[in-house]
Design a protein around this ligand. Structure first.
Ligand code: SAH
Length: 366
């Protein structure tokens, strides 16, 4: 009988895997072989790691070293090609991960994706926590509260589960990642940053194809700016004055717009990089001409673009969804003020896969 406690390899970085190999009496380069097999090879068990001698593969079992791939509990297919995955975790919690074969219109949003075909601009939307503590009034995940942080392995594991299911392999096949699923990535900072490093160096997805979205955790925005490897930054604004923003996003009482915009202005952008501001349009609440003018004032002069998202409706959400002409009118006002503004298409609304709709409970029960 195997009495060793299990050690999950997924989520360990090169140094940690090297240490494990050495502790098992193997040469240090086995760490690199494990790293390659886990993240580039995306193996499901030690037995599949052909670069490693059978004897060590066997010993890995005895030592309780397991790959720890995440299983897909359920899969919902949308009419528009979007797939929502319910990914199962060790403690039988689940999180949601979304595959968007043609992106969501927000990855670049500046036209640089033009010319790419079909799934080649696919985007995976990744969760960072089970539930969320931030309590934005227009988001369904908020209703769950936060259950726990995901480990680095669970963040990487979502991406691997979807890539395996879709049979897609970066870097040859182009995949974008957006950390815009359930949870607030910057409230799970260490695990999130570690996962990003593994996704870049192991799985082979360039950091330039990754975007992390935050509701505005100001101190962590400064930390992120200091990271050598980091995704692009998107900030969820949704209101351009403190009174309204505090009502819609209560965290604004802690980090108000002055603090948030200072962090945004001081964020060290790389060559040709732009910040993204996300603005969820709530019919009759934040979508007037005056709101557009306020928003334009707030972001004027920044190397930034605005992504507009019409509220994705969900059970129990009190806000209205503006119709297409209202969204386009808001966009026009921003454009007329010289602010680059893009409209994000809703993806997978029919399966509750769209932004702000992810909620682990099944639709029937909500
Ligand atoms: N916590 C992070 C990332 C997850 S939310 C954040 O707040 O940015 C990802 C995006 O979905 C955010 O821009 C958020 O404002 C938006 N969103 C939340 N609920 C939504 C809804 N019901 N309809 C449309 N977008 C929504």
């Amino acid at each position: 009988m195997n009495t060793q406690p299990q050690t999950t390899l997924l989520g360990l970085d090169l140094e940690e895997l090297t240490r494990i190999a050495e502790e098992a009496g193997e040469p240090a380069y086995r760490g690199r072989q494990l790293f390659e097999a886990l993240y580039r090879g995306r193996v499901s068990s030690a037995d599949e790691i052909s670069t490693i001698p059978k004897s060590f593969r066997h010993r890995m079992g005895e030592l309780g070293l397991a790959v720890g791939l995440l299983g897909i509990d359920r899969k919902f297919l949308s009419r528009d090609g979007t797939v929502r995955y319910l990914v199962g975790l060790e403690d039988s919690e689940t999180v949601e991960t979304v595959w968007m074969p043609e992106g969501d219109g927000g990855e670049e949003g500046d036209g640089s994706d033009a010319g790419e075909r079909g799934w080649r601009r696919a985007t995976i939307c990744v969760s960072s926590q089970v539930g969320c503590a931030v309590n934005c009034q227009f988001c369904l995940t908020a209703r769950l509260g936060v259950r726990r942080n995901l480990t680095a392995g669970e963040i990487v594991g979502q991406v691997i589960a979807v890539l395996n299911d879709q049979n897609v392999s970066p870097p040859l096949e182009r995949v974008n990642l957006v950390f815009m699923g359930m949870g607030e990535p910057l409230l799970n900072y260490e695990n999130f940053v570690k996962a990003v490093r593994i996704l870049v160096s192991g799985v082979g997805i360039p950091e330039s194809r990754m975007t992390v979205s935050t509701a505005g955790i100001v101190p962590r925005i400064y930390d992120l700016g200091g990271e050598a490897i980091r995704p692009k930054l998107a900030i969820s604004l949704t209101a351009a004055n403190d009174e309204l923003r505090s009502r819609l996003m209560p965290l604004n009482r802690k980090w108000n717009l002055a603090k948030l915009m200072l962090a945004a202005r001081e964020f060290p952008l790389r060559n040709r990089e732009k910040l993204t501001f996300e603005y969820v349009l709530l019919g009759g609440t934040n979508d007037s001409r005056e709101h557009a003018r306020e928003l334009a004032e707030l972001v004027r002069g920044m190397r930034a673009k605005v992504n507009l998202i019409a509220l994705n409706p969900g059970p129990g959400l009190e806000f209205g969804t503006p119709d297409e002409p209202a969204v386009l009118a808001f966009q026009q006002l921003l454009l007329a003020s010289g602010i680059p503004a893009f409209v994000r298409r809703p993806r997978g609304r029919d399966i509750y896969a769209a932004c702000g709709q992810l909620k682990r409970t099944l639709e029937a029960a909500t």
